[in-house]
Design a protein around this ligand. Structure first.
Ligand code: NAP
Length: 531
């Protein structure tokens, strides 16, 4: 296939041709520079844009000379772009660049590092509409959802830009005379950021921003299903003038380049968001090398609805949490645990609201639910629908792939509700990551707590009730990292810590003031005044 290089840039950053690396890495690095010099631009408006890796301040094609397509899940005729199918050599070059840039970046005062984030936020904001459209095209979420996500990424950049002027640590009194004690934060060095497709701008932003402001240099690998939104962030940082090598961006299959990332000698920490299977694999590799590791993974998030709940509020909250973003949020609600007294009337309202949802191409106005992200996720959704039926769950609405007309171009599935789900069913225990909600009946509050906690995951959980005593008990006893009351399980804010418990998460929290703990090492200083 002939590739059009509409978006290719041909930087020839002299700084990187005179760098002083040793051995194999020097060779890789030199090759990157040469590739950057030799990229030529051919224009053909009918061909998809090709996007490059960003290594050592240069936009470069992969050593493999192969690309992969990024396809719009609402319309497979729409190729969003071609991305580099990188190999281990590209990873080596990216780490070499990050290692080279590390000392200079760490030496820059943190408030000045923060200024790059402020500038990048401003630049991303200036292209909010096009960045949101890119996201809807590559991930499928609706345009209002994509717009909100890009705004969130902008807010994250600003929030951590401000952290550059805070970066608090402790001053603690000594028990000895004339001894002054304090802690200080030091960056870790080179960190790897590996991100999923479902929040393709916000998640890269909430890893990049604290990593950078803390003085680390990074190699970012976005999900292959939605790499363009992350690339837009990297472009904003580049245009903000961030020094070469501080941010490196490599696309390609995790299976092809994941090991090279985890095995690179300069790597000090890995922050990963994605599935439990991949997270487990990275954990094993990272801890064997005693690397710092942070994993945010799957969920099967419950909403407990108590008998005193306002049924309209409960139905609206459940529809929002279960189906918006096509149920493809790690914090989406996939289990509603409803007290028996209100089960039937709530089901009626919930089913009516769900049937009224408008499913379609997220670029079209009025659409509330977009497609599954790809054929494989659609297949997973349909597989779990079959499993639930075979297990004896009662299909209350949805349950089929949407076909006919424009639906045939994409991966659309009806928002689906199963009633009469029991804890032993797979639909009650396993993450689907699609618009499939399981309803479970609880005899009373204690039964609801037992059902809610009877699972290996522990990401988010909600309760719908105004019974203050039970709400307090729920907040204390629920096994989840994110807890909401009379709100959807999803819809968290960037300025608060984010993360789960049990098998959903491992390591320190992301976002909010705690995010810097992962990206910095604490040093403790005891200083005696001898004069
Ligand atoms: P995934 O398949 O685990 O992929 C996540 C990232 O890991 C992608 O960049 C992927 O690259 C990469 N990867 C795959 N194999 C790898 C390997 N061997 N070594 C290194 N990296 C590798 O997850 P996903 O399908 O993108 O995302 C959906 C999952 O993420 C769901 O389980 C969801 O619950 C979870 N999630 C959790 C949170 C949270 O904060 N808890 C937030 C969002 C999503 P490729 O794309 O190239 O395969």
């Amino acid at each position: 296939m002939i590739v059009t290089l509409r978006n290719v840039r041909t930087h020839t950053n002299a700084r990187y041709q005179s760098t002083n690396h040793g051995g194999t890495e020097a060779t890789e690095f030199a090759k990157v520079c040469l590739r950057a010099l030799h990229v030529s631009v051919a224009r053909d408006e009918n061909m998809p844009s090709q996007y490059l890796n960003f290594i050592g301040g240069q936009w470069v094609p992969s050593c493999t000379q192969r690309t992969f397509p990024n396809v719009n899940p609402a319309n497979v005729d729409d190729i969003v772009g071609l991305f580099q199918a990188s190999g281990p050599q590209d990873v080596t070059a990216a780490f070499a660049a990050a290692e080279h840039a590390q000392a200079g970046w760490a030496a820059l005062p943190a408030p000045r590092r923060g200024e790059y984030l402020f500038k990048a936020a401003e630049l991303l904001e200036s292209q909010l509409a096009s960045a949101a459209t890119d996201m809807t095209r590559e991930e499928g979420k609706t345009l209002p959802e994509a717009t909100a996500e890009v705004k969130r990424a902008i807010n994250i950049l600003r929030y951590f830009g401000g952290e550059g002027s805070r970066m608090f640590s402790y001053q603690i009194p000594s028990e000895r005379d004339n001894v002054f004690c304090f802690t200080m934060r030091k960056p870790l060095g080179v960190v790897a950021l590996i991100t999923p497709w479902n929040f393709p701008s916000a998640i890269p932003a909430w890893k990049l921003a604290p990593a950078l402001v803390a003085g680390n240099t990074v190699v970012l690998k976005p999900a292959s299903l939605a790499p363009l939104s992350a690339l837009r962030l990297v472009e904003a940082l580049e245009r903000a003038g961030i020094p070469a090598g501080v941010v490196n961006f490599v696309t390609g299959s995790g299976g092809a380049i994941g090991d090279a990332m985890l095995e690179h000698g300069s790597l000090r920490a890995v922050s990963f968001t994605g599935s439990c299977d991949v997270g487990d694999r990275l954990y094993d590799k990272a801890t064997r090398r005693r690397l710092r590791v942070q994993l945010e993974m799957g969920g099967k998030n419950p909403t407990v609805v108590l008998a005193d709940a306002n049924l309209d509020i409960a139905a609206a909250t459940l529809v929002n949490a279960a189906f918006f973003s096509t149920g493809q949020k790690c914090t989406a609600c996939s289990r509603a645990i409803i007290e028996r007294a209100i089960y039937e009337p709530l089901v009626d309202k919930l089913v009516a609201k769900t049937r009224a949802l408008k499913v379609g191409n997220g670029l079209d106005s009025g659409i509330e639910i977009g497609p599954a992200v790809d054929a494989s996720q659609l297949e997973t959704d349909l597989k779990y629908i079959d499993i639930a039926k075979n297990e004896g769950a009662q299909l209350l609405c949805g349950g089929t792939r949407l076909t006919g007309g424009a639906y045939d171009k994409g991966f659309f599935v009806e928002p689906t509700i199963f009633g009469g789900v029991t804890p032993a069913m797979r639909i009650a225990q396993e993450e689907v990551f699609g618009p499939v909600l399981a309803l479970m009946v609880a005899d009373d509050f204690e039964d609801a707590m037992r059902l809610a906690n009877g699972i290996r995951f522990g990401l988010s959980a909600a309760i719908i009730s105004n019974d203050i005593s039970r709400v307090h008990q729920f907040v204390n006893r629920i096994e989840a990292g994110l807890i909401t009351v009379n709100l959807p399980t999803a819809g968290v804010e960037y300025q608060l810590p984010f993360g789960g418990t049990k098998e959903s998460s491992f390591g320190m929290r992301e976002q909010g003031p705690l995010a810097l703990d992962f990206y910095t090492e604490s040093r403790t200083v005891y200083m005696k005044h001898t004069f």
